[in-house]
Design a protein around this ligand. Sequence first.
Ligand SMILES: [Zn+2]
Length: 216
Amino acid sequence: MWAKKNPSKLWTPGQTLRIAFLNGTPEFKAATISAANNWLPHINLKFEFVEGEEGDIRILGKVGTFSSNVGTDALLTTDEPTMVLWPHSPIHARYFAANVIHEFGHMLGAEHEQTNPTANIPWNKPAIYAQHGITDDPEEDDYQASVTRERLHQEYLDRADPDASIYSEYDRKSIMHYVVHQSWTEGDFQIFHNLNLSEKDKAFMAKAYPYPVENE
Ligand SMILES: [Zn+2]
């Protein structure tokens, strides 16, 4: 797992985060709270879920996407949602829960694991470029191709600067990892949709949000 260090987007350990639901059915809220609470045993933060528009975090239920501001970036807006969650029917409960845990990982400050400073994914760049309709040569890009290339590098191919990050060792089981298709890599390497917090996820966040050390 990893998070940006400069500037840090982590909340203050011990803090209670007010998390407001801007909309949604009781089932949507209950499923969200249940999934989000998977983080709580591992961190010194509290979640206070409330109704209405007042909250450090503001969740909008909306069909079509999952997204979240990263960590304290949520405080940079006051009237926009800071997290968007795509409601799903109960037959997709595990998929929905995995995505909620992932978005709450962003909310706690985490970035995507495939760009961990120590990631060692054997990318097959020509194959990835070809599958996105671009060539190996940036000189050949038109505007749309250059946007695609930049997105692929940001989301997948470029690793974060270790000096500007706090991180634990690259973890292919992290909830913050994107799916990686076999056809995007050399040799035998693919990542399926991770559905649960990994042991390294728990350990990283426990360090990011520590409890005070007891005096002996
Ligand atoms: Zn994400």
